[in-house]
Design a binder for this molecule. Structure first.
Ligand code: AMP
Length: 399
């Protein structure tokens, strides 16, 4: 389906924005932002997206993916005839993102990049005053619309926003939107946009799960596939141990671990939401104050949960991979892999939550009969063997 893209440049000098043929107002804005050279996702995706191709990008937050798709959006809109008559609420480019905070961040970046253009950036997000957003939206023409799925559909259904003239459709953090259960809404949004032959589609996701690839196949035409390697692990600052246990021993182990004197703030990762919910409940029953972060947790609850963890009100955060990604909190003493991740790259993301900002961290993995088979792929990615051992006897006591 997709065209695998290899990096043809064999030198290591990153491409400069001034060499990409970007228009003058955009280059001027990038200069103000002090963006001179491309990040890897920008360098690999822009040659395709700037030529109007669909791009399927595997990249997480922090890689510069926002500018990567925004530059393609701006250049596309700047190249089209502006004199065509426009109606209120008729957007030319749409960016869909899973959370309000991400939408705000994308819109802020878009306003900086578009500073010297006449193109407008509007946002539509849930949890904020509907009529205020509507007034703003109708006060000016809409070039780039950045939105969360639910509220966008509300606007479309009320016929306040129209997507039938969309030239570029960007779907950001597709895996997180899947995890949050947004796909039915996004499917309806995509149906309101022009057919895939008549628009450019850019889709970004931190992982390429089968579900993500299936959606890409439905929504895109021969996308260029850009895969950015995961952030490298500072394994020298994270001490990693794998405990070989039975699945029944995992819960008592986690509870006993919390009584160890050197265990401060802990993130516990499990693969599934139901596992996370059960763990969270078990910890709370034991009197350990814990937060729960899964993809279906509402945005305002997520913010509260993270704040409680940051301030030390809760000691433990139980999270799925997708929900836990992008948590940048210093001072996390331990990461526990309650279940080993199916994607080796997720192991790297998980343990990277500790050992930050010059501190050392500890990553403990509980491997049992159901998930120990995932270890070799993780070791291969890390390029090293992990220490596997039996847990201390007193960790196995149920209480
Ligand atoms: P993102 O992954 O899009 O959230 O971007 C991560 C951060 O990198 C943001 O603060 C951007 O402003 C910044 N950034 C993106 N591209 C570049 C670039 N080419 N040079 C310098 N900073 C960048």
């Amino acid at each position: 389906m997709a065209n695998e893209v290899t990096n043809k440049k064999n030198d290591t000098t990153p491409a400069r924005f001034s060499d990409l043929g970007l228009s003058e107002p955009i280059l001027r804005a990038l200069k103000d932002m002090q963006f001179e050279t491309c990040s890897p996702i920008q360098e690999k995706s822009l040659p395709h997206s700037l030529r109007g191709h669909d791009v399927l990008g595997k990249a997480q937050t922090g890689t510069g993916k926002t500018a990567a798709f925004l530059l393609a959006v701006f250049e596309d809109l700047l190249a089209q005839d502006e004199s065509v008559e426009r109606y209120a609420g008729e957007a030319r480019a749409l960016v869909i993102a899973p959370t309000r905070e991400l939408v705000m961040q994308i819109a802020q970046d878009a306003r900086k990049i578009g500073k010297y253009t006449n193109l407008t950036v509007h946002t539509v997000v849930g949890g904020m005053d509907f009529s205020k957003q509507l007034n703003k939206l109708h006060s000016d023409h809409v070039d780039i619309l950045v939105a969360t799925p639910g509220r966008l559909l509300d606007f479309c259904e009320r016929r306040e926003v129209f997507l039938d003239q969309i030239e570029v459709l960007v779907i950001d953090e597709a895996d997180r939107m899947l995890d949050m259960g947004f796909i039915p809404q996004i499917k309806r949004i995509v149906r309101l946009a022009p057919m895939k032959e008549n628009r450019q589609t850019l889709l970004f996701s931190a992982t390429f799960s089968e579900d993500v690839l299936r959606l890409a196949e439905q929504w895109m035409i021969e996308p260029s596939l850009i895969d950015i390697a995961p952030e490298s692990v500072a394994t020298d600052t994270v001490e990693q141990t794998v405990y070989l246990v039975s699945s029944a021993e995992k819960l008592p182990m986690l509870c006993n671990l919390m009584d160890e004197p050197d265990v401060g703030s802990v993130i516990v990762f499990a693969n599934r939401r139901d596992q996370c919910r059960r763990l969270h409940a078990a910890l709370e029953r034991k009197g350990v104050k814990a937060g729960l972060l899964t993809g279906d947790v509402a945005q305002n609850v997520r913010v509260r949960t993270l704040n409680a963890f940051k301030s030390g009100k809760t000691r433990v955060l139980v999270a799925t991979d997708v929900a836990g990604r992008g948590i940048h909190i210093d001072g996390i003493s331990h990461v526990v892999n309650y279940t080993l991740p199916e994607e080796p790259e997720d192991y790297v993301h998980r343990i990277g939550r500790t050992g930050r900002a010059g501190n050392t961290g500890i990553a403990l993995s509980f491997a049992c009969e159901d998930d120990a088979f995932l270890l070799p792929a993780i070791e291969e990615l890390l390029g090293e063997k992990l220490t596997c051992t039996q847990p201390p006897e007193h960790w196995l006591k149920s209480n």
